[in-house]
Design a binder for this molecule. Structure first.
Ligand code: MEZ
Length: 493
């Protein structure tokens, strides 16, 4: 529930509505963006990082929490493992049960491979499930993969690996068709064409969504498809170490069954890591929008097997995490809220950043407003935030829009006595996405022979900043590519 003081503040913001309504804050100039990023980028606390000391990644700067984890002793150091006692013997081992893992499994299966998915929690407990706003693809006549390419490169400040971006945007329309054909219920117009919207940093409307639970809808369909095909899935069995053969090629993994507390050997001809992100390491004390299993497992496994890390020092802070109420602190307020016109406002009701800037700029601007300009709003729990002017959505698109396009968000806030159709919501950046990870090529291969990576655990696709909707796209495109390549390759091993 909002406190009386907050209601008073809301009234103040509401009183300025006629002045604000219809005013579009211009995008920042490149110099202004640079200035905001330098001043307030959430990664700015240098003491939050350290260099990796050993191995192929020696000297690479990564968050402290990650460095400590990947350089910790192996869990197997004091455990006697019998490598000849094989519990699973498959062609393709997939480590991680989210959208990338499921997509990889389906394509490897199509190649005739015998596939095993092993997952730390339950199949589908993944950041895919938490993704709300949409998936990007340039599949409308006014758009093109090359326009999408330019947006992705611009969003990543031209640090992205070009070939990977090319693969991402080139496969995007096929990815949407694949999902649609399998039964994903994308939002459609009466004539059957897909509804698409803008996201931060996109030059065309290319965000395809299923209301505001796009990831959950995609995961539902992928999971059904995997189960219907009879692909084997073992839950509650995280991989703790990749097994390398005598030539240093990936040859399986040691799994730890959380229920029986046994170590098990999974032998495989090819291995795909699809374990997702690291939000639950709470870098620099930030809250996160991530699911409980997002603890950088894939980076640890890949690093220890000798794979290369890229852009592992860049983390994405979603500009609009919940700042209030405390029960859902740090949860995601989907970018779709801004896509539909909601605008961040400071305590004086001023718009201080264009609402569709890229996430790094938007998050930095919110931090600047709160910590440097002292124009943030004090939450009753001691934190800071800015308003996200959600009632503006219905002023722009008409009554009923929020219920139709953001039903999950509306329900979430209603539980706490807040009606986002009538009053703005309080937001602050939340740790959302691992921009970098294990470096891959266009087929998802790492430098370690027979070891693949897809999705958030990989690095290179998004460079130093990812655009909205390109994560769901990444897991489908590179999950499928890795699965297909690893399935084929397993025939020659
Ligand atoms: O791509 C994302 O991270 C995404 C769509 C998140 C969101 O705001 O809904």
């Amino acid at each position: 529930m909002y406190t009386a003081k907050m209601r008073e503040l809301i009234k103040k913001v509401e009183a300025t509505r006629p002045r604000r309504f219809g005013i579009q804050h211009p995008r920042m100039t490149p110099q202004e963006r640079e200035e905001v990023l330098n001043q307030c980028h959430p990664d700015y606390k240098e003491e939050g990082f350290r260099n990796i000391r050993l191995g192929v990644n020696k000297g690479l700067k990564v968050p402290l929490e990650l460095a400590n984890l990947i350089e910790a002793k192996s869990r197997l150091d004091n455990v006697a493992i019998d490598l000849d006692h094989i519990s699973y013997d498959v062609d393709v081992l997939i480590i991680g049960g989210g959208g990338a893992g499921a997509s990889a499994a389906l394509e490897a299966y199509n190649k005739g491979a015998n596939v095993l998915i092993t997952t730390k929690l339950r199949f589908g407990d993944a950041n895919t499930m938490m993704a709300e706003g949409g998936i990007q693809a340039a599949d409308k006549p006014e758009d093109s993969p090359s326009k999408h390419y330019m947006d992705v490169m611009g969003g990543g400040h031209y640090t992205n690996v070009p070939n990977l971006v090319n693969a991402l945007v080139g496969d995007a329309p096929k990815a949407i068709k694949w999902l649609n054909d399998m039964g994903v219920m994308f939002d459609k117009q009466e004539d059957g064409t897909m509804v698409t919207t803008h996201g931060g940093g996109t030059s065309r409307k290319r965000m395809h969504a299923a209301a505001d639970y796009t990831g959950a809808e995609i995961m539902r369909v992928l999971r059904d498809e995997v189960i219907n095909k009879g692909i084997e899935v073992v839950d509650f069995s995280p991989a703790v170490e990749i097994i390398l053969d005598q030539e240093g090629k990936a040859a399986g993994a040691v799994l730890y069954n959380l229920e029986t507390q046994e170590y098990l050997i999974a032998r495989a001809k090819t291995v795909i890591i699809t374990t997702g992100g690291a939000g639950r390491l709470h870098y620099q004390g930030f809250p996160t929008s991530n699911h409980y299993g997002a603890t950088a497992d894939g980076l640890v496994l890949g690093y220890r097997a000798g794979a290369e890390l890229a852009f592992a020092d860049t983390i994405q802070y979603h500009p609009t995490g919940v700042a209030f109420p405390p029960q859902i602190f740090g949860a995601l307020v989907t970018e779709k809220v801004r896509s539909l016109g909601a605008t961040p406002l400071n305590i004086d009701g001023e718009q201080f950043v264009f609402h569709l800037e890229t996430r790094d700029v938007e998050a930095s601007a919110v931090i600047r407003e709160c910590l440097v300009r002292d124009k943030g709003i004090d939450t009753p729990t001691g934190g800071k935030g800015v308003w996200l002017d959600s009632p503006l959505i219905e002023m722009i698109h008409g009554e009923g829009t929020i219920e139709k396009r953001l039903p999950g968000m509306l329900r979430m806030y209603k539980k706490f006595g807040i009606d986002m159709r009538k009053e703005p919501i309080l937001v602050y950046p939340t740790l959302h996405y691992q921009n970098g990870g294990l470096l891959i090529n266009e087929s998802g291969q790492t430098k370690v022979e027979n070891l693949y990576v897809a999705g958030e655990a990989s690095g290179g696709v998004h460079g130093r900043n990812r655009l909205m909707g390109n994560s769901l796209l990444d897991i489908i495109v590179f999950g499928r590519r890795a699965g297909s390549h690893a399935g084929e390759k397993s025939k020659d091993v």
